[in-house]
Design a protein around this ligand. Structure first.
Ligand code: DC
Length: 232
């Protein structure tokens, strides 16, 4: 019987610093970084490009039965669908909404659940998302839930998009999108966004990335000693 899963689960809403933190942590520990949001984004984007109704369960079931998603986890090649590298395209602001919409679908969630669990079969991983500590790896040896106020998260997202050269965005619109998406993610029936009971909650509102990373390293080291998980 498996009592623990060798996964560092990092959950939280967008803009909590999750992705940057999880990526840096994985790099530091030389572990595979798994961005599950990228998987939802890729399916939402491709589904939308193929003209599908992302809220129609039958259409989604059909789509999922034929599509092939490969998670490579490399910097320039994170996620591919039917051979197409979507790593950069999925970062556009409008894709967030497509991902959030498609993430309600049970066929989509089950399909990705299987892919996500397989990634941890023969190695220790750092996986980030919304339901990693609650649903995907409920026995993860280390669970962290990152959060921050909506205004702060919207500002971080706004700065990130501006830096990437995205035009026609306003802070007000991003804040509105953040609030709507939080609500959708937290209230959906399947695997809603919430901290696992045994997760350590870290509010990053007043912290910079270095501070979060330092705290996280301590949390991970403590958990690995307690649960006797050898990280390297
Ligand atoms: O982390 P992100 O912003 O890239 O995620 C995009 C959307 O995907 C998010 O609104 C909800 C969904 N998602 C999910 O439902 N479960 C996950 N484990 C990861 C993302």
């Amino acid at each position: 019987m498996v009592n623990i899963e060798k996964v560092i689960a990092i959950d939280g809403p967008s803009g909590s610093g999750k992705s940057t933190i999880a990526r840096s942590l994985a790099k530091k520990l030389n572990l595979l970084y798994v961005d599950t949001g990228a998987m939802y984004r890729a399916l939402g984007l491709v589904g939308s490009k193929r003209g599908l109704d992302l809220q129609n369960e039958e259409e989604m079931e059909q789509f999922i039965s034929k599509v092939e998603l490969v998670y490579e986890g490399q910097t320039g090649s994170l996620v591919l669908i039917d051979g197409e590298n979507l790593t950069h395209e999925i970062r556009q602001h409008h894709v967030s909404e497509l991902a959030s919409k498609i993430s309600k679908d049970p066929h989509v969630r089950n399909y990705l659940l299987e892919i996500q669990r397989k990634l941890a079969q023969d190695r220790i991983i750092v996986m980030e998302g919304r339901d990693i500590g609650t649903v995907v790896f409920p026995k993860a040896f280390c669970k962290i839930f990152l959060t921050a106020g909506p205004e702060i998260r919207a500002k971080r997202r706004f700065d990130e998009l501006k830096a990437k050269g995205e035009k026609d965005i306003s802070l007000q619109k991003i804040l509105q999108d953040v609030i709507e998406r939080d609500h959708r993610d937290q209230t959906r029936a399947l695997a809603p966004l919430k901290p696992a009971e045994d997760a350590i909650i870290l509010d990053t509102s007043e912290m910079n990335l270095e501070q979060v990373l330092d705290d996280l390293k301590d949390i991970v080291e403590e958990a690995s000693e307690k649960k006797t998980v050898e990280l390297c």
